[in-house]
Design a protein around this ligand. Structure first.
Ligand SMILES: [Zn+2]
Length: 385
């Protein structure tokens, strides 16, 4: 591989690629697998400070406990520091780009100084104590974010049960106007789907009380019909989870062109029913893998998400295909497919060297079986680990 400044300029056998280059400019990395930088499309880095604090549980029990933890004094300082810790932890595991959701739009300030590529998603949550709670506050928060070469702003209406439908729709259209990506959580639980269908008491009581407070009404339709209404006229976006599908949903998703972000270890943490990611892939949906937060996962090592599927799902796609789901397809989820996600001339030099026992046709499989920490990491051509 040959790089110049922040870009890849040639990929191929060493002899051909380095021909004519001065000796000082050539590095022999030894026995490593050189991969595109991993892209974690779905994380909440600010929750890294709650890693190990919450036991695996049903989603609602976990959420209730998380809300209490976050309310402990010093939340802003603690979570702002956690976003930075989480970003460095990500880099060390070979993640060079992260899609990070920040509840109060605080994370971008700290993340600007971390040499990781990031899409800082500003979250809209109607029932929150703090902005952004409506579309005007969302617009103001988005305008605050100072982008740079490595930092892109994004928009995320939280869920279809915590944001009013028209506001979800306006958020998606805002992302389009700004030419920035949007993501949201969708079809994460059975209760969410039942609520959207019109079952008024689907949620646990504490959630029902929140909903009454922010006046979110059920659209009385199926989850992906509602998504079609919200996203009508907007560019496709990225959907975290999609844990509960009914027949026909995968085809609807494929037709709409949204990317689904499946978080295998968080999925297991919450004890959800088996995920339909293979059915989605078969229907033509782009499925990327993400970690979700460290408060519902062991860590932020994205490679382990792919490794978990390879190890635990007898019908998992090949190791090579799984690697694409944490690189190329995840870049698509963040609207960055033209810049990162593959090793191609013209792309940004976001690269990872992982140690392997010996370079062979089996190296990708070995990588996913062993999931080592990264040996060296480059972002935009600059070595950061
Ligand atoms: Zn999430």
């Amino acid at each position: 591989m040959r790089i110049a400044d922040d870009r890849i300029i040639a990929v191929g056998p060493a002899d051909a690629v380095v021909a004519g280059a001065p000796d000082d400019d050539v590095s022999d990395l030894g026995e490593v697998a050189l991969t595109p930088g991993l892209v974690n499309p779905h994380a909440h880095l600010e929750l890294t400070c709650y890693a190990g604090r919450l036991e695996p549980a049903d989603f609602w029990a976990w959420l209730w406990a998380l809300v209490a933890l976050r309310r402990e004094p010093g939340q802003v300082e603690r979570e702002s520091a956690a976003a930075i810790t989480g970003a460095w932890e990500s880099l060390r595991s070979g993640v060079t780009c992260v899609g990070d959701i920040s509840r109060r739009n605080l994370n971008w300030r700290g993340l600007r100084d971390v040499p990781i590529r990031k899409v800082c998603f500003v979250e809209l949550l109607s029932l929150a104590d703090h902005p952004p709670r409506d579309v005007d506050e969302l617009k103001a928060a988005v305008a605050e974010v100072e982008e740079d070469e490595l930092l892109t702003v994004g928009v995320t209406p939280h869920t279809p049960y915590t944001v009013q439908g028209p506001a979800i729709r306006e958020s998606m259209l805002l992302a389009d106007t700004l030419e920035r990506p949007w993501c949201t959580h969708w079809a994460e639980s059975r209760e969410e789907r039942a609520f959207l269908r019109g079952e008024a008491d689907a949620f646990p009581e504490f959630v029902q009380a929140f909903l009454a407070q922010c006046q979110v009404a059920s659209p009385k339709c199926e989850a992906f019909e509602f998504l079609e209404w919200c996203a009508r006229g907007a560019s496709p976006g990225a959907l975290a989870h999609c844990n509960y599908l009914v027949p026909g949903d995968a085809e609807r998703l494929a037709a709409a062109g949204h990317v689904v972000m499946y978080c295998p270890r968080a999925h297991r943490f919450f004890g959800h029913a088996p995920h339909s990611y293979r059915e989605m892939l078969a229907a033509g949906v782009t499925v990327a893998l993400g970690t979700d937060s460290a408060a519902s996962n062991e860590d932020l090592a994205l490679l382990k998400e792919a490794g978990t599927l390879l190890r635990e799902d007898p019908q998992a796609p090949s190791a090579e295909r799984l690697l694409e789901m944490v690189t190329r397809d995840a870049a698509r989820a963040l609207g960055l497919a033209d810049r990162i996600g593959t090793l191609e001339a013209g792309k940004q030099a976001d690269l990872v060297a992982f140690p392997v026992s010996a370079v062979s046709d089996n190296s990708v499989r070995e990588l996913l079986e062993q999931t080592p920490a990264a040996e060296r990491v480059w972002v935009a051509g600059r070595r950061v680990i």
